[in-house]
Design a protein around this ligand. Structure first.
Ligand SMILES: [Zn+2]
Length: 152
């Protein structure tokens, strides 16, 4: 996101500028003004514009209106730390949330699970901790069996 908000800024902007292409690509009017990345190269988004400031963005990349009402969801990290983080959600689909910065979040991904209520998040956090205790007890039990088996 380059935070382009006017047609003048869009026309002045060059896409995909780097050491090997210092001129970059000129803005293509009628297409979304956001920058997208493919591996290590960046390009102007190919989607049709029509949303956001001066309708410069596509539906997917339009910046979020700061007045959009939000609901609070609760994010539990499934690794490393036991904490719950509040996220402000502006819209929800079956699998995804969109937060108030316009980021799409899966309700469940590799490292986080997001819940619509604090109670659900707290219950889940406790269940992870209990599973870790059970796992630790199993490890101790296996270690003890091993130690006993090698005693002679
Ligand atoms: Zn776009």
């Amino acid at each position: 996101m380059e935070n382009i908000t006017t047609l003048e800024e869009a026309r002045a902007y060059k896409f995909g500028v780097w050491a090997g292409n210092q001129n970059g690509q000129a803005y293509n009017e009628g297409k979304c003004v956001d920058t997208v990345w493919k591996k290590f190269s960046s390009y102007q988004c190919v989607n049709k514009n029509g949303y956001g400031p001066e309708k410069l963005y596509c539906k997917k990349h339009a910046p979020v209106d700061k007045n959009t009402p939000t609901t609070i969801w609760y994010e539990v990290s499934t690794r490393f730390n036991y904490n719950i983080v509040e996220i402000k959600v502006i819209s929800e689909t079956e699998m995804q949330l969109i937060d108030n910065n316009g980021y799409r979040l899966k309700k469940r991904d590799l490292h986080n699970i997001r819940f619509p209520s604090l109670k659900l998040a707290q219950d889940y956090l406790i269940s992870i901790a209990k599973n870790n205790i059970t796992d630790a007890e199993e490890q101790i039990s296996k270690a003890s069996e091993f130690i006993n088996s090698v005693k002679s």
